[in-house]
Write a protein that binds this ligand. Structure first.
Ligand SMILES: [Ca+2]
Ligand SMILES: [Ca+2]
Length: 153
């Protein structure tokens, strides 16, 4: 069985400084991880669906042991401001799965536009997600960030 986060494996887009809403943007090193962020409009223009998928490559044994831990993955939506980035809110994990090539996780949350409006009008808002993986065997965290999505929320 492969890692269940299929969305992160589909032809990742090239990272750019300006990543729009309604497009999946992926950050990866072709070796240890692939982290993708999608902020999509819901149609009512008042709220947004935030979706994050990450694959972390490791042995199947390590992946199974970490997946068996009660809580291993955490994700936080962060406002990018250059010098000091603010954590806005957390995202619940909707899927954690071990596979042959590592461990995958997905996070999903629907939020109102105002939750993402981190710079006052008429400034654009820059949003990314910080993902943490806790390994209880060593008591250590690994962290990754997604690319930044820019929009006027
Ligand atoms: Ca900002
Ligand atoms: Ca704004």
């Amino acid at each position: 069985m492969g890692v269940a986060v299929g969305v992160t494996l589909a032809n990742p887009s090239v990272a750019s400084a300006y990543n729009p809403v309604d497009e999946l943007t992926c950050k990866y090193d072709n070796r240890t991880y692939n982290a993708c962020l999608l902020i999509s409009s819901t149609g009512d223009s008042q709220s947004w669906d935030i979706h994050v998928g990450i694959d972390v490559y490791m042995s199947p044994q390590d992946a199974q042991r970490i997946a068996a831990q009660p809580s291993s993955f955490f994700a936080y939506v962060v406002a990018s401001d250059g010098l000091y980035d603010n954590t806005l809110f957390s995202l619940p994990a909707t899927l954690i799965a071990a596979g042959d090539t590592g461990i995958g996780a997905e996070f999903d949350r629907n939020v109102l536009s105002q939750a993402l409006n981190e710079d006052a009008y008429p400034q654009n808002d820059e949003i990314y997600v910080l993902i943490k993986l806790y390994d209880a065997r060593t008591g250590t965290y690994r962290t990754w960030t997604t690319n930044i999505v820019t929009n006027m929320f």
